[in-house]
Ligand binder design. Structure first.
Ligand code: GDP
Ligand code: MG
Length: 724
């Protein structure tokens, strides 16, 4: 592409995305949750006859290699060599945000410093001397209000001017004190002498990375020249030792201290001035005193989240019912229109039921997402993560793991698909992986009907208690398994909680709508397409292979005979009697068909093993179907149990039929609920997991979760059998 390349970079929540949207006119997610822009966002515009290609880099606090965002930002700068970086900082938090600015300067890329949120600065009565700051840093400085577009023309003008100028890269040389500086010089000399990696990285920057023990760079160094790399590492090791002994510190900590020191000293020269009567306790701080209070914080959080789901289910129930009615009406209409046979069965039981089951959830999901988007955009979700961080840390997770858990169904209802996707906000790959692997334990909306069914059949008097216990079990299991994984397969340090708490802001309606629509649409798309395919597959598995023709023919024969008898029966009573027999016959026929189908055979094959946990072959079919989509469990149980049971005088509900079945009892019901709660994530979730991590981990989840679930269910069932 012709034109100049400009990278927008900055700490999360500095308003980078807002500015990017404002400048390029591109539509993009605007939120308060740090680190949401992990994707690459690009836009372009023409200004003063100059084409500008703008890249929105992921938000980051630093250019170390601790997190994916940092690594991405750094790699893009080094490899794509943009003509300049527009460093967007929150002007009200200048001291902290300039830390990243310094790192850009150390790297040497030309920087245009943009102080955003100048409206907040004015509202607080602060003032910032842009010219002095520009002098002190040696780069152009501008003020903007991204939300209103203030300062945009000047920004574009300056971008074009700087891009045309084509400044060469030049590393800012800070002093890191008498201990570090000499070693730094020595490293730089060695690096330059051997031209070690200097085509890619500035030599001084490279040396600093060696001092900071940057694994990513160390690896590259070892690859490029193992001998030299070892020499450099040895030099650094010596310094490290020295620092530890004399200063009780590490080179990276000392370097950071000097950077902050530089910024602090710079700003003290009258660059930032506060009003006389400075109200340090502004609204955000006051609100946080209560909202993140040790006791009131979590209490309020629980109440708020509970309320959120209460609202979701109250509001969402009607559209849910309407949609369900709509789909059952559609099913009936279609079965009347199409002739009996495979096509009808495929369209009605396969496609309409399967896809309808998923689409019926859309209203609930929209409402839930709107509320989550609200809490996110106003800044509350960051507080939730902050409060939960301590607890989660003991389990090897991160405060930000809370959201994926909640979205996956951690309170009531939910879905692991958006839940797993929400784990993108996690900055450390290990914690992200542990979160993704455990989020599917949560009782998602599709599992709930199964619980309701079994509770209705065996524990109808304890409904709230059992539902509550299920939720507790889910959280406990998720945390315990996360702990287990983090101390075995995904071992490694936890990342510190560097997320800063953004100020509370009143969210914009547009922001919330775009935000929740994007998520909902993703759900519809993913779930819709995959479920369609799965419904068809499942239908095939439950329909074919057909029983041998001799058996089918025998059933046909019997049916014809009964029908003839019915036609010639002379009393009304006899006709009704034969009618019953006909129903019985067709049920028996479907049962035989189900038994001979692929799914039926698999269910029977697994029965000897599944019996340890108390599941018969019909339950097995439903559970296998549940891997495709948890919605399928109840409907498959319905099919499997409507077939074959001796029809009583009145039609019975599935709840009653299961309650009466001799294979089921309270113990097997508990075992089944536990299994459904914990076993393999549904197929859509697995696909999303694979996309967010890798197919290896997605397959791991499939088998590992099922094994965990089966072990627990077996223990519960066997113990229960002996106790009761
Ligand atoms: P990013 O994380 O750097 O991409 O930040 P965003 O663009 O997502 O902005 C974070 C929040 O700051 C959003 O709620 C914006 O509406 C808000 N915001 C952005 N620019 C300004 C500004 O100039 N003034 C004020 N008051 N708020 C802003
Ligand atoms: Mg952003």
């Amino acid at each position: 592409m012709n034109g100049y390349h400009v990278a927008f970079a900055g700490n999360p929540n500095a308003g980078k995305t807002t500015l990017f949207n404002n400048v390029t006119g591109a539509r993009q997610h605007v939120g308060n949750y740090p680190g949401i822009t992990v994707e690459r966002k690009e836009g372009s515009l023409v200004f003063l006859d100059t084409q500008l290609n703008i890249l929105d880099l992921p938000g980051c606090y630093s250019l170390t290699a601790y997190t994916q965002e940092e690594l991405v930002a750094r790699q893009v700068l080094v490899e794509e060599r943009p003509d300049l970086v527009v460093n967007v900082v929150d002007a009200t938090k200048l001291e902290r945000h300039l830390y990243l600015t310094l790192q850009f300067m150390e790297l040497g890329v030309p920087v245009l410093l943009t102080l955003n949120m100048m409206d907040d600065v004015r509202n607080k009565g602060m003032s910032i001397d842009l010219e002095k700051l520009s002098e002190g840093l040696g780069c152009p400085v501008l003020g903007t209000v991204a939300r209103s577009g203030e300062g945009k023309p000047q920004l574009l003008q300056e971008i074009v001017a700087m891009a045309r100028e084509q400044q060469p890269w030049k590393s800012l040389e800070l002093s890191y004190g008498p201990d570090i500086d000499p070693v730094l010089e020595q490293l730089v000399a060695t690096i330059e002498h051997h031209q070690f990696l200097t085509q890619r990285y500035p030599s001084r920057w490279l040396a600093i990375k060696y001092l900071e023990d940057d694994e990513h760079i160390l690896d590259q160094g070892r690859l490029a020249n193992a001998e030299l790399a070892a020499e450099l590492e040895k030099t650094v090791e010596g310094l490290r030792h020295h620092c530890e002994k004399t200063l009780n510190s590490f080179p990276e900590a000392i370097i950071a201290d000097y950077r902050y020191g530089f910024i602090h000293a710079l700003l003290k020269q009258g660059i930032v001035s506060y009003p006389e009567q400075i109200d340090r306790m502004d609204l955000t701080d006051n609100m946080d005193k209560i909202l993140t209070h040790k006791f009131f914080g979590p209490t309020l959080m629980m109440a708020l989240l509970y309320l959120m789901f209460q609202i979701t289910f109250t509001l969402g129930d009607y559209p849910l019912q309407v949609l369900e009615l709509l789909f059952s009406w559609l099913g009936e209409t279609v079965s009347n229109l199409l002739p009996d046979g495979y096509i009808q069965s495929l369209v009605v039981s396969g496609i309409i039921d399967g896809v309808g089951g998923v689409l019926s959830f859309v209203p609930l999901i929209v409402i839930m997402f709107i509320m989550i988007a609200f809490l996110e955009d106003c800044g509350y979700m960051a507080r939730v993560a902050y409060m939960m961080d301590k607890i989660f840390r003991t389990f090897g997770l991160h405060g930000s793991s809370v959201m994926p858990f909640i979205i996956s169904g951690g309170i009531a209802g939910g879905c692991a698909v958006p839940g797993v996707m929400a784990a993108r906000t996690l900055r450390s790959p290990r914690e992200k992986l542990a979160t993704i692997l455990t989020a599917p334990f949560m009782p998602c909306g599709a599992k709930i009907p199964v619980f309701l069914l079994l509770i209705g059949a065996f524990f109808s008097e304890y409904r709230p208690l059992i539902m509550f216990s299920i939720t507790l079990t889910a959280w406990a299991m998720a945390l315990l398994v996360a702990r287990l994984l983090r101390s075995t397969l995904i071992r490694g340090e936890s990342t510190p909680f560097v997320m800063e708490l953004p100020p509370y802001r009143w969210p914009t309606l547009q922001g919330i709508l775009i935000h929740s629509w994007e998520r909902t649409w993703e759900y519809i798309k993913k779930a819709g397409t995959v479920i369609l395919a799965i419904s068809i597959l499942l239908w095939l598995a439950m329909t074919f292979p057909k029983p041998p023709t001799s058996i089918t023919a025998a059933f046909e024969q019997q049916r014809i005979e009964l029908e003839q008898q019915q036609a010639t029966a002379n009393t009304e009573e006899a006709r009704v009697q034969i009618g019953h027999e006909l129903i019985l016959l067709s049920q028996e026929q479907s049962l035989t068909a189900l038994k001979s189908s692929a799914a039926g055979r698999l269910g029977q094959m697994l029965e000897p093993i599944s019996q340890w946990a108390g599941f018969n072959w019909r339950t097995n079919i439903a559970l296998i179907g549940g891997v495709a989509a948890k919605e399928v469990i109840v409907s498959t149980l319905g099919t499997a149990y409507s077939l074959g049971e001796v029809a009583s005088d009145s039609p019975t509900s599935l709840v009653e039929r299961i309650a009466k079945d001799s294979d089921w009892n309270r113990v097997s019901a508990v075992s089944a609920m536990l299994f459904v709660l914990l076993y393999a994530p549904c197929f859509v979730t697995i696909v999303v997991m694979a996309r967010e991590t890798s197919w290896r981990w997605a397959c791991f989840a499939l088998f590992f979760n099922t094994a965990v679930a089966f072990c627990l269910s077996t223990i519960v069932y066997q113990t229960g059998q002996h106790l009761f």
